[in-house]
Design a binder for this molecule. Structure first.
Ligand code: FES
Length: 169
């Protein structure tokens, strides 16, 4: 079912806010992602049609922003920045070791479905690497100057609580 058919009132309200149709792309993507936590190819095509855009343009927006997703994930998305400034502070090593400890490759989800580890571009905390943002639904927390041990403690705490963490670095 198309986004407009599924959420007619919300889509109408979004369009009412933007005199230029294509400007509605971000809230429409948010709407598409709200239900399943990621945006399907069909939803991207649907949004592209509504806004008279190319599907590739919509997909490139999804790909650019770390808060939009085109793949299903575990309960938590752990997005580690390994862009150059963070890499210079050990982010790649951190990411590799973290993945090893969790038994996943980048982009994969832990066997219990709890955490998906992703590598992302700059998150504006370049001097605080290794760092990552953790997403669970609409909730995002930031974790800076992390070590693998402290990150695994955080994962274990999440496993125990099942709730988004407020753990601070
Ligand atoms: S390069 Fe990693 S936060 Fe900026």
């Amino acid at each position: 079912m198309s986004l407009a058919a599924k959420y007619p009132e919300e889509v109408k309200a979004i369009f009412a806010k933007y005199p230029v149709k294509r400007s509605a792309v971000m809230p429409l993507l948010y709407l598409a992602q709200r239900e399943d936590g990621f945006i399907t190819k069909q939803a991207m095509a649907d949004i592209a049609t509504m806004l008279h855009l190319d599907t590739t343009e919509v997909a490139s927006i999804v790909g650019f922003y770390s808060l939009y997703h085109d793949q299903q994930a575990g309960k938590y998305r752990m997005q580690v920045c390994n862009d150059l400034p963070c890499a210079l502070r050990g982010a790649d090593k951190f990411l590799e070791s973290l993945c090893q400890n969790l038994g996943v490759k980048i982009g994969e989800t832990s066997a219990d479905g709890l955490v998906t580890v992703e590598a992302v571009m700059c998150l504006a905390a370049c001097d605080k690497a290794p760092m990552f943002q953790m997403q669970a639904g609409d909730k995002v927390t930031y974790h800076e100057n992390m070590t693998v041990d402290r990150t695994l403690e955080l994962v274990n705490a999440l496993r125990a609580s099942g709730l988004p963490s407020e753990v601070k670095p």
